[in-house]
Design a protein around this ligand. Sequence first.
Ligand code: ADP
Ligand code: ADP
Ligand code: MG
Length: 448
Amino acid sequence: MFKKILIANRGEIALRVICACKELGIETVAVYSEADQQSLHVRFADQAVCIGPARSSDSYLNIASIISAAEITNADAIHPGYGFLSENDHFAEVCEVSHITFIGPRPEAMRLMGNKDAARKKMAELGLPVLPGSGVLTSLAEALEAAQQIGYPVMVKAAAGGGGRGMRVVASSEELPHFFATAQQEAQAAFGTPDVYLEKYIASPRHIEFQVLADHYGKVVHLGERECTIQRRHQKLLEESPSTQISFEVRHEVGRQVVEALKETGYTNAGTVEFIMDENRNLYFLEMNARIQVEHPVTEMVTGLDLVKKQIEIAAGQPLDISAETVSLRGHAIECRICAENPETFAPSAGKIIGFNVPGGLGVRLDTAAYAEAVVPPYYDSLIAKLVVHGSDRAEAISRMARALDMFIIEGISTSVPLHQKIMADPDFRAGKFDTHYLSRFSRNGTG
Ligand code: ADP
Ligand code: ADP
Ligand code: MG
């Protein structure tokens, strides 16, 4: 097992990894930017190294600084969390040549999954259903022809996209020239490559994803699904497990297909296979996230497994000690992402937290790096807390979340707590009736 792990991240996920390390008896090294000196991950790690100025490109994305920090502290592994360098195959390679274990999949697997077009092709080849779509398009003429074949509406998507960015819905051939060009420009600016492809647009979809774990000895296990349909700007805001849309049989069958496909690719560590569900409950592969995800706690709550510990054990070369037979889903879990933002416009709301009271009690879990008097810096993702509840069934989980939200006080900045309160009280949400456009009814910017 590793003696010391460096955590190349900040916020709640850095703390989450520290928790797993503490329980495994592993020492931790935090890295932090000049804006994060007072952060809890710095306080709770055994050692901490400042890696640069506030801007992510100078600190949390600065590969040279992070590797130096690992070398001077003698860390034998790096956990990248999510976001930042977590899906950067070059970083994983640099770790490898520096003799530091990257806690995640092999660089080749990350490269494959990092290109959504290549991943779609590979998964289709391995038997997973994919939406009608195109390969990477180099000219408008090519795009027009592909769209004609797929049938409008279509979506233009960045091959290297992520975080809900780089997507455009195109209703007709008249709109395509404009959206194709802007999508290419945005992809270049945001992801460093103009590669875009087309996919059939599903008008009223749900987002359902399967969690997997894979060790270095060919064992792959799925841990059921998460429903992540409640989104704003194609970004998840609330997740639950299990999904009301997935029967025992479908879980078993899709889970089996996912496991078989990943065995073929030789995938290792934790990963998530994302699907979109159409109006007739057909599931189509969307993309694979080759990392731990923000919403992993809902799976932990229903399976009782610590996914971050599993990631660390797998990376250390231990065989997976679970199997399809031993994994069982118990009760129902919901996660609300609490972001420092205006609950109606979703504009970021940085600043100092004044009043702070956290909910607790049976079945309530709070993953956060926030505290009273903490300053939420404007430079990073707006997620400040994940409130997660577990109940014996969905109805109990909803009531528990509603009361936990009522007891969660965060003063001084705006947060998404009031929006989540409205969702918990909404009869449609309670009945499980929603699609990815659900939030547009609560705000002007719910979708698109
Ligand atoms: P999850 O799929 O785990 O719910 P998200 O898609 O919300 O995660 O992304 C997790 C974090 O990573 C967010 O902070 C998001 O902004 C960031 N992120 C994801 N993919 C990319 C990417 N390709 N480029 C930049 N940031 C990304
Ligand atoms: P990202 O890499 O940014 O996470 P995804 O491909 O996973 O991108 O899509 C994010 C979200 O965008 C989905 O959960 C869904 O809400 C929406 N979306 C993506 N593709 C489609 C599609 N073909 N039709 C309708 N909605 C889509
Ligand atoms: Mg996605």
